[in-house]
Each structure stands twice: as structure tokens, then as C-alpha cells.
Design a protein around this ligand. Structure first.
Ligand SMILES: *[C@@H]1O[C@H](CO)[C@@H](O)[C@H](O)[C@H]1NC(C)=O
Ligand SMILES: *[C@@H]1O[C@H](CO)[C@@H](O)[C@H](O)[C@H]1NC(C)=O
Ligand SMILES: *[C@@H]1O[C@H](CO)[C@@H](O)[C@H](O)[C@H]1NC(C)=O
Ligand SMILES: *[C@@H]1O[C@H](CO)[C@@H](O)[C@H](O)[C@H]1NC(C)=O
Length: 402
């Protein structure tokens, strides 16, 4: 302290100014030339280590709804319980009323589950039985994913018109930053619960998806030969909470992930899936990203809760050979603090249509900040071959938290 003061006393205003300018100049130069958080476009990241591939489970749709999830929920019992514990401590951090919420959920959960359409009611009851968790808690578990997912989805076609659909699922924003490990606690707890699911009837695949074990909706799914779809969260004031209240009061409005599951089970084509996603009232706004089995079949459906005001943005309008969605309306700028769209577009343009494919899209989705500390997995799909593969992701430092 004393030395600083005496040094300052000895300095003339001019020498002080020169020193200050030099320091600032050095700082600015350092930041400009090697910002460790600057966006990058990765190449050659594919394939990652085999240990990062997520395991696959068969869900037999011929079984009664109550029994379909028993094997998976039993095997992943501890992972599901850990996630729920994480959710509860997150609620607790926000207002210290976790006990009241859990009490409320335990009390009303069985009633809320009665509002759910079949087969979801019985499936949730089955998972409750297999995990030993209260029905209300499993219901809460299934609601959570509808509200808190941020992500990036891309559909692109190669020079031959073969359509690929890929996505990152980012989850756990503000849910416990672990300063020592530089990770989000919730994001890390989720990773061991990620599974690929093969939904079968008569021993044959009807559709496939990527799920957090214990969640019965579809956030990422493919019907081989027909279509693929992903859900991205759309943040709006009139969002999930309002929708849930509306649902409970009127019994109207579909859950985002239940509607997609319904589409996977019943729609026979891209067009039929589109009609369902466009014309069904929802409990929350959302982006549905839908891809088909032939050239040009790719769009982002921007949805309100109501069916009016829907916007369909086709690949052709978006730039010709790909369409990309994060968590902002395509006609307005992303939040400047969370711009994954510009870097992702940059990497797509650098990739070029010649390099579209599983490896190229994996590279784009492994590029920071498209890849960030919230990213749990990258999924890659191709409808015609019915291909779905999923890789656990993590973002080595220096890496942005979201
Ligand atoms: C396009 O099809 C041709 C002929 O089948 C094949 O040789 C080429 O590798 C394909 N290109 C891409 C990008 O898949
Ligand atoms: C931090 O990372 C270490 C090593 O990977 C792990 O053992 C530990 O459980 C992590 N801590 C938390 C709080 O997740
Ligand atoms: C695409 O899907 C439609 C509807 O299911 C089907 O009629 C058509 O044959 C499929 N096209 C290809 C190339 O698989
Ligand atoms: C949707 O319809 C309702 C009721 O007719 C109306 O109040 C609302 O403004 C409409 N929303 C849009 C985005 O058009």
C-alpha cells in the first residue's frame, strides 16, 4: 500500500497516462487475439470414444402400459431418484419451500396424474411402482423436462438430398453451479440416465427416441422411413406455468412431449405428423423441428399454446440446404447473452453442404458455444435408414456455462 502511494506521488500525470494506455492496450490486444471463450468450429471430432455412446433399451408397446417401463425404471432406479433429489434441492434454493412443494405434489399428484391422457397415466403409475417414488413425484419429474430444456436442433440435407436431423439437448440452467468442477450439478446428474429407446410392436421397431430414464414423452425421436422430430423450449411469459393452470382448470391442452409421442405412434407420414404438431392446443409454447424422408422436407414449427399464430419456417426459406433452431423465434434476434444461433450458422456455412452427414453435424454440435456446460447429449438421426445414435457430451474448459 505504502509503496503504491509513494510510486503514484512520484509519477507525473503524463507518465501515469502513458502507463495506463499501455496497460489497456495490452489488455485489449490480449482479449482480442486469444479470447479463450471465442466461438470455434471443430473438425474431426467424430466418432468420440465408444464409452460415450448411450445404451439402448427396448420398450415393448405390446405390454400393458403399467409394465412397459418396469425393466428400465428398475435398472435406472438410483439415477432417477438422484435426478428427483436434484430437482427438489433446486426448488429449495429458489425459495426454501421444497417441503411445501413436495407435500403439495404428494397430496395432489395422484389427482394431477388423473388429468393425464392414457397411456401416460398408467405408464407413470408403473414407473412409480418400479422406483418406489410417489406418483406425484414421477409426475413432477415428467413435467420438469417440459419447462427447462434449452437446445440446438439442425436439419440438413447433403448434396444428394438425403436429410439428416441432429440436436444437442442442454438442461440444468441455474440448477447448482459446482465452482470446483466447473459443471452444473443437474446437468451432470442427468447424464447417467440418458438412454436410447426402441419402441416395438410385434417385435418390430415402431419408433426410436432419446430419453432421460423415467420420462415418458418424446423430446428427440425418429420414425424410420417417415419422419424425425425434436422439441426446443420456447420461452414466453404466457408459458408453461399458465398452461398448467389452464390445463388443470379446463382439462384442455396437450403436453409438449406427449403430443410428439402421440405423433410417433400414430402419424403415418411427415404430413400427418405436421398436421398434429400444428393443429393441437398445447400447455406451453414450443418449437417443433420436423424432418422427413425426402429432399426439402424440413421445417421449424413455432407454436403458441393456442393453434392460431403458428409459424412454419421451411428449409428452403431458411437458406436452402439446412434449417437451424435454438431457443428464439427465427424472425427476431437471439438474446445477446445466449447467442448460439450465430456461431452455429457460421459453423454450418464452413461445413458446406458437401460435408453434411453424421460426422459433419456432430462437429458443428461439438463447437463452442453450441456445445456448452449445459449440454447433456448430441443425437444424430437419418430417417431413410432409421438411424439414431446418441453421444454423451461434456465441454472442456475454457467453456461457457450456457
Ligand atoms: C451421392 O450419391 C452418390 C451415388 O450414389 C455417392 O457416390 C455419393 O457419395 C453421394 N454423396 C453423398 C454426399 O452422400
Ligand atoms: C467433481 O469431480 C470429481 C471428479 O470427476 C467427482 O469425483 C466429484 O464427485 C465431482 N463433484 C461433484 C460435486 O459433482
Ligand atoms: C416417405 O414417406 C411416405 C409416407 O410414409 C412414403 O409413402 C414414401 O414412400 C417415403 N419415401 C421414401 C423415399 O422412403
Ligand atoms: C388467437 O386467438 C385468440 C382468440 O380468438 C386471440 O385473442 C389472440 O389474439 C390470437 N392470437 C394470435 C397470435 O393471433
Amino acid at each position: 500500500m505504502a509503496t503504491t502511494v509513494s510510486l503514484a506521488k512520484r509519477m507525473t500525470p503524463i507518465s501515469a497516462c502513458i502507463l495506463l494506455c499501455m496497460t489497456l492496450g495490452l489488455l485489449c490486444q490480449g482479449v482480442a487475439s486469444q479470447d479463450p471463450y471465442a466461438p470455434v468450429c471443430e473438425r474431426g471430432k467424430y466418432p468420440p470414444a465408444e464409452s460415450l455412446k448411450v445404451p439402448e433399451y427396448v420398450i415393448n408397446l405390446d405390454l400393458p402400459a403399467r409394465d412397459r417401463w418396469t425393466q428400465l425404471a428398475t435398472e435406472k432406479r438410483q439415477e432417477i431418484r438422484n435426478i428427483l433429489k436434484g430437482f427438489k434441492s433446486f426448488v429449495d434454493q429458489f425459495g426454501g419451500f421444497a417441503e411445501e412443494i413436495v407435500y403439495f405434489i404428494d397430496l395432489f399428484g395422484p389427482a394431477i396424474v388423473d388429468f393425464l391422457p392414457q397411456p401416460f397415466q398408467d405408464e407413470i403409475r408403473g414407473i412409480s411402482k418400479a422406483t418406489g417414488l410417489e406418483i406425484g413425484e414421477v409426475t413432477l419429474y415428467n413435467i420438469f423436462y417440459e419447462i427447462f430444456t434449452v437446445c440446438t436442433s439442425i436439419i440438413a440435407e447433403d448434396a444428394n438430398g438425403t436429410v439428416y436431423h441432429a440436436r444437442n439437448l442442454d438442461f440444468g440452467l441455474f440448477m447448482g453451479w459446482d465452482a470446483k468442477n466447473r459443471t452444473w450439478q443437474m446437468t451432470e446428474i442427468l447424464k447417467p440416465a440418458i438412454v436410447n429407446l426402441d419402441f416395438q410392436k410385434n417385435g418390430k421397431t415402431v419408433f426410436k427416441s432419446v430419453n432421460y430414464a423415467g420420462y415418458v414423452g418424446i423430446l428427440t425421436g425418429i420414425v424410420p422411413g417417415k419422419f424425425s422430430l425434436t422439441i426446443n423450449e420456447r420461452f414466453k411469459l404466457d408459458g408453461g406455468y399458465m398452461g398448467i393452470i389452464h390445463l388443470i382448470m379446463t382439462g384442455k391442452g396437450s403436453w409438449l412431449g406427449f403430443l410428439t409421442r402421440n405423433a410417433m405412434e400414430t402419424a403415418q407420414s411427415f404430413e400427418e405428423a405436421m398436421a398434429l404438431l400444428v393443429n393441437t392446443e398445447l400447455i406451453a409454447p414450443a418449437y417443433y423441428i420436423l424432418g422427413g424422408n425426402s429432399s426439402g422436407q424440413a421445417c421449424v414449427i413455432t407454436r403458441n399454446r393456442e393453434v392460431n399464430g403458428t409459424d412454419v419456417w421451411w428449409m428452403k426459406q431458411a437458406g436452402g440446404w439446412y434449417v437451424l433452431e435454438t431457443n428464439y423465434d427465427h424472425w427476431s434476434a437471439p438474446l445477446f447473452l445466449d447467442d448460439r444461433r450465430t456461431p452455429a450458422n457460421n459453423c454450418m456455412r464452413k461445413l458446406t453442404q458437401q460435408n453434411v452427414g453424421v460426422a459433419g453435424l456432430f462437429d458443428v454440435l461439438s463447437s463452442k458455444p453450441v456445445l456448452n456446460k449445459l449440454t447433456t447429449y448430441t443425437a444424430l438421426m437419418q430417417v431413410n435408414s432409421g438411424h439414431l445414435e446418441t453421444w454423451l457430451q461434456s465441454c472442456p474448459d475454457p467453456c461457457v456455462p450456457w
